[in-house]
Design a protein around this ligand. Sequence first.
Ligand code: DAH
Length: 339
Amino acid sequence: MQAKISALKQNAFNDIASAQDSNALEDCRIKWLGKKSETSQLLKGLKDVAPDQRPAVGALINDLKNEIESTINARRTEMEFEVISRQLEGEAIDVTLPGKRQGLGRVHPLTQTLDAVINIFHSLGFSVAEGPEIESEYYNFDALNIPTYHPARDMQDTFFLENGKLLRTHTSPVQIRVMENRTPPVRVIAPGRVYRNEAINARSYCLFHQVEGFYVDQKVTFAELKGVLGFFAQELFGKGTKIKLRPSYFPFTEPSLECDISCFLCHGSGCRVCKYSGWLEILGAGMIHPEVLKSAHYDPEKYQGYAFGMGIERITMLLYGINDIRLFFENDIRFLSQF
Ligand code: DAH
């Protein structure tokens, strides 16, 4: 009997060990512990065993049942573990692999120049003001003493909108908007986008950025304008930078001037960037025209002021030797990542 039991046990164990999934394991359970199983047959045969041996044989069969059952349970736990560890293996992170680099963004070169310009004027006591990009003809032209026949009003230059408004062609209208709301002294710079209906090429684009600056108070002099422009040039382009003021014409200033700086690349000896002149034009300026002060209801007998305006793209192109304005607007990462 004992030999029979241990043979049965061995067979059952082999069977259980080779079960590959829970269905196969369930088949094992039915086969080795079910009603029709050999184990149950053994129990049924117990009545034929001699009464004095019956308890011992019974105990053996019970042990057999228990052992098979616990082996099946152990195998089941093992299978579950295998499933989970296979799953975990699939999900595992190899912490020894090199990480993915997160590219850090950079400040756009135009924003860098804008920030630098704003900081310089901030240090001189100027505060920042903004105006709308969709402007009226009044603020963009009339209030700035730009007459109807002025070529800047031409359809070729200005984007007129269907509602009678337009996209501002310069930041100068902010002068009027600020003056309307404040009493002198006002010392303001106005950075922002401006739009012009020009052919797009390496030198011009349909939109660009300007910084407008102006100061109005009693007894503001041309000499102060000169001093401020000189200081600005040295701060932005380097200590040795000289300025040259050339007479010019703008409807909103009188007198008007254009400001050149000594070429910071060749220091005046002549190079490709300054076209061998030694000078680079960087901005327009002048004393605010009395008519412009009147538009803002300032008494020109009492107040004077100066104003200036510069193109941020142009200055950035000079600073970095960029030869195509379109690069600023294409947002090609190969270009932007150089700044
Ligand atoms: N508004 C002018 C332009 O867009 C630039 C300018 C020139 C602004 C002279 C000024 C100035 O304030 O005084 O070309």
